[in-house]
Design a protein around this ligand. Structure first.
Ligand SMILES: [Zn+2]
Length: 320
């Protein structure tokens, strides 16, 4: 990964922690990504709690990878992100795949809506859906799709054509990635010829969960996903990677009583960033409990990472 200046053409980004503080107020950013090159757009920067005034304007976690003005990957579709997906110009027809980090509702709750909308686009090419394998109380991604869409038994059986490629729906092709409680091996996904995607199991309590590393045009994007400090293999495998962007989920603060078995504290986010050495750290999945202590959280991150940190708002777009 070359250490080069970021190109930010057409993107609205927060350059420093002062801007980060204003983003914490939920101010809507400029909508739109560059027409050329690769960029990640944050469709949903919050969740899972419907917090209203505490963290306004934030949908559940969701991201779009744009390349040369086309949305190529949808990563997660958390509750509320359907609207942002529409506002951003997301289209099922142009996606190479859908990646699901895990099957919590703040990451997959709007998938049914995205698919329902996509059923009107006339896409015929099969569409891979990559997500974690099964664990107690969590279906594998393939089973999740069956429970959602099966023509007889699915919750949204009217969209059952997605499971067999009929009724003007593209066939969904599920790929279940074993996670082994966050200690599984990374899996390289054959999705497209002009970029690469690797799925990395991470530890997120009992939920089988993946982080994703995307390389395009010599630049690297790391979506760390929901992960706790127990995601040791993830950090070990990516230490010294120096990605252009690391997106970390800023769910909890550093106070006692926070669910540290599920998420990284700000200090633990800083430890991850200090190991990976991204050119830029983006904080997504922001909540009232983390935003209300933003300044101390940024200081805690700064103990181990001294690069630029941005707090994402919905629809912010970051060029790689
Ligand atoms: Zn989450």
């Amino acid at each position: 990964m070359a250490l080069v200046a970021l190109s930010l053409v057409g993107c609205n980004v927060s350059q420093d922690t002062e801007d980060s503080a204003s983003k914490a107020q939920g101010v809507r950013a400029n909508v739109g990504c560059p027409d050329e090159g690769a960029a990640v757009q944050v469709l949903g920067s919050g969740g899972p709690i419907a917090e209203g005034p505490g963290a306004p304007g934030r949908a559940g976690a969701s991201y779009l990878l744009w390349i040369d003005g086309k949305p190529r990957l949808l990563i997660d579709a958390g509750a509320g992100s359907f609207l942002r997906y529409a506002e951003a110009g997301g289209k099922l027809a142009s996606l190479d795949a859908i990646l699901l980090s895990h099957l919590h509702a703040d990451h997959a709750g709007d998938l049914a809506g995205v698919l329902n909308s996509g059923g009107f686009e006339g896409r015929t090419a099969p569409l891979p859906v990559v997500g974690p394998g099964a664990a107690p109380r969590f279906p594998a991604t393939s089973e999740f799709l069956i429970r959602l869409l099966h023509k007889d038994t699915g919750a949204f059986s009217h969209n059952g054509g997605y499971l067999d490629g009929t009724e003007n729906k593209p066939l969904l092709v599920p790929h279940d990635i074993p996670t082994e409680e966050g200690a599984g091996s990374p899996v390289e996904l054959a999705i497209a010829s002009d970029y690469s995607v690797t799925a990395h199991p991470v530890h997120h309590g009992p939920a089988p969960t993946l982080g994703f590393v995307i390389e395009v045009d010599g630049e690297t994007l790391v979506l760390a996903g929901d992960q706790s400090f127990l995601s040791e293999r993830f950090v070990a495998d990516l230490t010294g990677l120096k990605p252009a962007i690391l997106v970390a989920h800023h769910v909890i603060n550093g106070e006692p009583g926070q669910p540290r078995g599920l998420h990284r504290t700000p200090e633990q986010i800083g430890e991850m960033a200090g190991a990976l050495e991204p050119e830029r750290l983006i904080l997504g999945h922001n909540m009232e409990r983390s935003l209300s202590r933003l300044e101390e959280g940024l200081r805690a991150i700064g103990l181990n990472y001294d690069g630029p940190v941005s707090v994402a708002a919905d629809l912010d777009c970051y060029a790689l």
